[in-house]
Design a protein around this ligand. Structure first.
Ligand code: FAD
Length: 169
């Protein structure tokens, strides 16, 4: 808020003494995406005014995306399956999403482990059956990969536990 006028401000880019090593980016509404790079540059400049930053030469800014099966040609699909057999197992039949794609989403650097996070990253559960076929299968993959109990599987965030005990897939 502007202390003089009381006006609510957007695109606030600030560093505060009470929160060291932190830059606040407040009210980044539209066109926040379009201005992401200049906002990021300003945030780095602001941080560099307060802290000694050293370049991490080994940082790789390129993120490897999930390799989608459904948009490949038949030959490319065969190649994918030959290299990674999990591409041969269709988990979401409506959207043709394979086990390999679910695993890539689960094991990405952010370490997602909810059913919704898999949906957002792969399009599984978004087809006409709305997860009727794949939802419990995805839950089973999360359980297996992340070594969780069925009662720990979350649909989304918070306390959105899906099961009270063992579930037959
Ligand atoms: C419908 C719509 C259309 C838009 N169209 C455009 C457009 O055409 N062009 C344009 O430039 N901009 C557009 N924008 C604006 C743009 O999307 C935003 O400005 C931009 O996404 C803001 O980026 P951000 O990183 O600040 O916040 P966000 O993108 O909102 O990211 C914040 C992240 O923090 C996570 N988070 C929140 N709370 C917590 C917590 N407690 N713990 C952990 N994580 C948390 C959220 O899940 C989210 O992933 C649009 C926005 C909307 C809603």
């Amino acid at each position: 808020m502007n202390p003089d006028t009381g006006e609510i401000l957007d695109f606030v880019i600030e560093a505060r003494d009470e929160a060291p090593h932190t830059i606040n980016l407040v009210g980044i509404e539209s066109p926040g995406l379009t201005s992401a790079l200049p906002v990021a540059r300003r945030a780095v400049r602001l941080l560099a005014e307060r802290e000694h930053l050293t370049l991490n030469k080994s940082f790789n800014p390129r993120r490897k995306g999930i390799v989608s099966f459904s948009d490949k040609t038949t030959e490319e699909q065969a190649d994918l399956i030959a290299k990674e057999p999990a591409y041969g197992e269709i988990v979401c039949r409506c959207e043709t999403i394979t086990r390999a794609e679910i695993l890539q989403a689960l094991n990405n650097p952010l370490g997602v482990d909810t059913v919704m996070s898999i949906k957002n990253r792969t399009r599984a559960l978004m087809g006409r059956c709305q997860g009727g076929y794949c939802q419990t299968r995805i839950a089973a993959i999360i359980q297996e990969e992340k070594q969780k109990e069925p009662t720990e599987i979350l649909y989304s965030r918070g306390r959105s536990q899906m099961f009270t005990g063992w579930v037959r897939v």
